[in-house]
Design a binder for this molecule. Structure first.
Ligand SMILES: [Zn+2]
Length: 277
């Protein structure tokens, strides 16, 4: 699943390619991609121009000139591409936006889990209620240590599961959760409320740095992720924990192990990341 750095990479690509473009025609070969009425969606976006592309957590917010915003969640494999007007849709193209300037914006999704909903700008959470519940963005300004201390202290969940909860911190998924816990030397099953303020400060710093580093590398490519230019992300070459089961820990040399935490595969170092109690 694309996590924050991958979605941010898509956002930046869309920003370069479609700002100012006008939607001249919409075809929806897979109407289920739209939450709500697909005919109303078409009517609501037709003839509008893309004015900005924003992001909140793993959601893209495609701003239109008519006070509407398309809220788009890529889920597992959703992907945008901008192509010449005569480009053939793919087998899994779910929505086709014809743009002025002889171009099309395809939304492709081999797994068909991604969803789009048309909202009123400024009132997005009426049609997309999960947006209102999202936790803080993992940035220096937004994710303060005081916020970390407050929310972690309220939960006994394993810290790995807590990091995946989008309503606490937005944008972290399985890959980056394993990475930041390894970097912070925290066992993934440690209850969130047992982390000390010092540990939370270290974790916070690693989360913020990791997101920035991954964005700088255009995200991580596992499975099919590529940016809107068809380029794959490069951060998979930088991963220190995720996907390294049975390999030596890059810090101490011990063999990395994989367990399930809250149904999710979790890779960690049993020597650096000591379990409590
Ligand atoms: Zn280690």
């Amino acid at each position: 699943m694309p996590e924050l750095p991958e979605v941010e990479t898509v956002r930046r690509g869309l920003e370069k390619l479609i700002i100012g473009a006008r939607i001249t025609k919409v075809t929806i070969p897979y109407p289920k991609v739209i939450t709500g009425d697909s005919q109303a969606f078409t009517t609501g976006v037709l003839n509008a121009q893309f004015t900005a592309i924003d992001r909140r957590g793993k959601y893209l917010l495609l701003r239109l000139s008519n006070q509407h915003t398309i809220v788009s969640h890529l889920r597992m494999e959703g992907q945008y591409s901008v192509e010449p007007i005569d480009a053939a849709p793919r087998k899994h193209t779910e929505i086709i936006f014809e743009l002025d300037g002889q171009r099309v914006l395809f939304y492709n999704d081999t797994r068909r889990f991604g969803r789009m909903v048309l909202t009123t700008t400024g009132h997005e959470s009426i049609e997309a209620p999960s947006l209102a519940k999202l936790g803080k963005e993992p940035t220096e300004e937004s994710l303060t240590l005081a916020y970390m201390v407050a929310v972690f202290s309220r939960s006994k969940k394993p810290v790995k599961s807590f990091l995946l909860d989008q309503n606490q911190i937005a944008g972290i998924g399985n890959i980056y959760a394993d990475e930041v816990l390894w970097q912070s030397k925290i066992h993934p099953e440690t209850p969130a409320n047992q982390l000390s303020e010092v540990e939370l400060a270290i974790l916070r710093k690693n989360i913020i740095l990791e997101m920035a580093r991954a964005i700088a590398h255009h995200g991580t490519t596992v499975h099919s992720f590529s940016n809107i230019f068809g380029e794959v992300g490069q951060f998979q070459n930088e991963l220190e924990a995720y996907g390294r089961v049975n390999q030596p820990c890059l810090r101490c040399g011990a063999t990395m192990v994989k367990i399930k935490v809250g149904q999710r595969g979790t890779t960690f170092c049993p020597v650096c990341q000591i379990k409590r109690g």
